[in-house]
Design a protein. Structure first.
Length: 498
């Protein structure tokens, strides 16, 4: 079974390879010598180094207290999440799944072997509690592919103890600097090994957007990158990961649909269909999560004397059962050949984009025209919904308007680097509008679920009263949203792109 550990560490190099005395730094009362540890790690990657390009490391290591398979995912500079699995001859499936969005059909092969003689010191406080671990590593790196090659170096590593104060690392760094120790130029041992064996392949950075096509592709590329990067977080059930992946999917689809004068529809329409499918699959988990949180919060706000106990239990059981099933389904979707094919298709589109004539033009007029078209279509939907009486037909019409408002928001967002403040203001206005329409749609779904739960409660001989109270409050929330919509829309439509 894999375990996740947040790793906060810094790496250093020194001409004399020594570790100065750190006693008295911060809350360090003593530095304990823990002896020498021999570590032997083999790092795996694809032949074209897809993991290294994304600053991910995957290794099988023996020696030390945590022998096994380790996958390190970047979180921030100096911060990584390390997923650990027990030692085995082959890569555990749970780790293979976490790199699937990057590896896809490519094989993972041994890339580099790192052998380290680690001289370990524990930095402890006055009570003997561990604050951080400092080590001096004598490293031998051996390239396992191509023409081979070996390189050696010594580095200093300081890792914060679990739950430690990151400010201690700043204080340690100041002490190291006074002793002539400097931060390592490489973020990891693997990166340094690849650089020093002449084997590191840095992906070419895209140039600054100039044409309309450049801007559209830059925005689309960012969404593709988000889909790939968020895959492990979704699998690990990280909070908000599903929502962020769903937003990236919708942004990508909206980009393909809005900027049809830039990208050829004959190529992009089938991709948009697949993105719609993925967004729908992600919605099974995300919508369940949002609805459960909304209903739980509302139920918590009711007075206990309304007999909410059975309703709390029933809602909790409903949320747990639906949520567990939804997440298992979503993991299967991410493993599916259809999803991997979509990622490959997006890669191919960005590598060889089907640009139309307008793509080569200056971005301002091309992008502004496309955004204005989305805004005009949104106006039609909003006005049509407002002309309908309250009820199911208006609910459906407002939901369609909400989807179009999101597309308009993403279009303005994509155009912001070229159009500046006007597009930024329109993006903010569309976000405000979609928030209102989203609350209305959530109310529609909440009332539907409350009717279902009330029917089950009635059959079980439980009180339906709490569900009725919540239903009435949801009706009021929806009515308030509908009453506010004309003014919110007036303000949003007043944003001009010139």
């Amino acid at each position: 079974m894999a375990e996740t550990k947040r790793e906060i560490e810094r790496k250093y190099e020194s001409d004399d390879s020594g570790l100065p005395d750190l006693t008295g730094v911060g809350g360090v009362a003593a530095v304990l010598d823990k002896g020498l540890v021999e570590l032997d790690a083999t790092y795996y990657d694809t032949a074209d180094q897809r993991l290294a390009a994304a600053s991910l490391t995957l290794r099988r290591r023996t020696g030390g207290s945590d022998a096994g398979w380790h996958l390190k995912l970047p979180v921030a500079p100096g911060v990584r999440d390390e997923i650990q699995a027990p030692l085995s001859d082959t890569l555990p499936e749970e780790l293979a799944a976490l790199v699937r969005s990057r590896v896809r059909e490519a094989a993972l092969v041994p890339l580099v072997r790192l052998r380290s003689a680690r001289d370990v010191r524990h930095l402890v406080d006055a009570d003997g509690a561990l604050l951080a671990e400092a080590s001096v590593d004598a490293v031998t790196a051996e390239r396992l592919t191509g023409e081979g090659g070996t390189v050696q170096w010594t580095e200093i590593e300081v890792e914060l103890a679990d739950g430690g104060d990151p400010a201690l690392l700043d204080q340690v760094e100041k002490r190291l600097a006074r002793a002539g120790v400097r931060p390592s130029a490489s973020p990891s041992k693997l990166a340094r090994a690849l650089e020093r064996t002449g084997f590191h392949r840095k992906p070419a950075a895209p140039g600054k957007p100039v044409t309309a096509g450049d801007h559209v592709l830059a925005y689309l590329r960012a969404q593709r990158d988000a889909l790939v990067a968020l895959d492990p977080a979704v699998r690990l059930d990280t909070p908000d990961a599903v929502h962020r992946m769903r937003v990236a999917t919708r942004r990508a689809r909206g980009t393909l649909r809005t900027f049809r004068t830039v990208l050829d529809r004959a190529v992009t329409d089938p991709i948009a269909v697949e993105l719609k499918w993925l967004a729908g699959e992600l919605g099974i988990d995300r919508d369940q999560e949002v609805l459960a949180e909304r209903l739980t919060t509302a139920l918590d706000a009711l007075a206990p004397d309304l007999g909410t106990g059975p309703a709390h239990d029933r809602l909790a059981s409903w949320a747990a059962a639906r949520g567990a099933g939804a997440h298992a389904h979503l993991t299967g979707v991410l493993d599916s050949s259809r999803h991997l094919a979509l990622l490959n298709t997006l890669d191919a589109l960005l590598a060889d984009p089907p640009l139309r004539e307008a793509a080569a033009r200056k971005p301002r007029k091309v992008l502004a025209k496309a955004v204005k078209k989305d805004l005009a279509r949104l106006a039609t939907l909003i006005e049509r919904a407002l002309d309908l009486p309250p009820g199911e037909d208006r609910d459906v019409a407002l939901h369609e308007a909400r989807k179009k408002a999101k597309r308009t928001r993403y279009a303005a967002e994509a155009a912001t680097p070229a159009l500046g403040a006007p597009a930024r203001d329109l993006t903010a206005a569309m976000k405000s509008l979609t928030t209102l329409l989203g609350d209305h749609q959530d109310s529609v779904m909440a009332r539907r679920t409350l009717r279902e739960l009330a029917a089950v409660a009635h059959a079980a001989g439980e009180s339906e009263f709490p569900y009725g109270v919540l239903y009435a409050r949801e009706e009021a929330r929806a009515a308030a949203a509908e009453a506010e919509l004309p003014e919110r829309w007036r303000k949003a439509r007043g944003r001009s792109l010139g």
